[in-house]
Design a binder for this molecule. Structure first.
Ligand code: B4P
Length: 195
């Protein structure tokens, strides 16, 4: 299966992505996590993007695209034959770049999961995570900015994928397990796979 998962910050992308990928036996590629790993390891990429991420800004498209394409070409992704892209694409430029890469590698997206969340609860969820994990971008200013960036840059992509008949909208409010079941039920209904 070749899937994307989208949604505003705090909607549960990362939370759901790993269990959905396990369920279907595919690999998760999370751009946010890959960036955080680079920051933690102090790589040249990590040093270049640390301040951008802490402030809630997007990493430049070129850097992000290159990192994702390397991962898509890696042997484990090839071997498993499927992937779930978490948090990518986030801009129209990234959509175009991904389209080109999928054509080059003769792969096609099958569905785009869109998590639909109550905006008033997103900030609350992220501030709760701040207490537990202390992520540099989980502070009130950065969260507000990430939500604005989402609406300006990423929300318009939902219409692109809706027009292509790929969008699967799922209510992201409620218990994590309930959201997960809603996602797999909706995907199975769309793609004709049994859960
Ligand atoms: P991400 O890692 O994608 O951060 P996020 O949008 O906050 O989502 P995340 O997956 O972490 O959180 P989730 O909603 O699962 O990106 C971080 C940064 O990296 C971006 O701001 C940007 O700078 C950069 N970046 C990433 N991708 C990029 C790209 N393509 N281009 C450019 N820059 C990029 O969960 C949030 C919290 O909610 C968690 O604490 C979770 O426990 C909780 N939660 C989840 N589901 C819940 C539920 N059902 N009930 C209660 N709580 C729940």
């Amino acid at each position: 299966m070749r899937l994307l998962i989208m949604g505003p910050p705090g909607a549960g992308k990362g939370t759901q992505a790993s269990s959905i990928a396990d369920h279907y036996g595919i690999v998760t590629i999370s751009t946010g996590q890959l960036f955080r790993d680079n920051i933690q390891l102090g790589t040249p990429l990590g040093k270049q993007i640390e301040a951008l991420i802490a402030a809630g800004n997007l990493v430049p498209d070129e850097v992000t695209n290159q990192m994702v394409f390397q991962r898509l070409a890696s042997p484990d992704v090839r071997k498993r034959g499927g992937f779930l892209l978490d948090g990518y694409p986030r801009t129209l430029e990234q959509v175009e770049a991904l389209d080109g890469e999928l054509v080059r590698s003769r792969r096609k997206l099958q569905a785009v999961i869109a998590l639909v969340a109550d905006p008033s609860q997103l900030v609350e969820r992220l501030l709760k995570r701040a207490e537990i994990e202390g992520r540099a971008d989980d502070n009130a200013d950065s969260i507000r900015h990430r939500i604005d960036v989402y609406h300006a840059e990423t929300a318009p992509l939902l219409e692109v994928y809706r027009d292509r008949g790929l969008l699967v909208e799922v209510d992201a409010m409620g218990a994590v397990e309930d959201v997960r079941t809603r996602i797999t039920d909706a995907l199975d209904a769309k793609l004709g796979h049994p859960s």
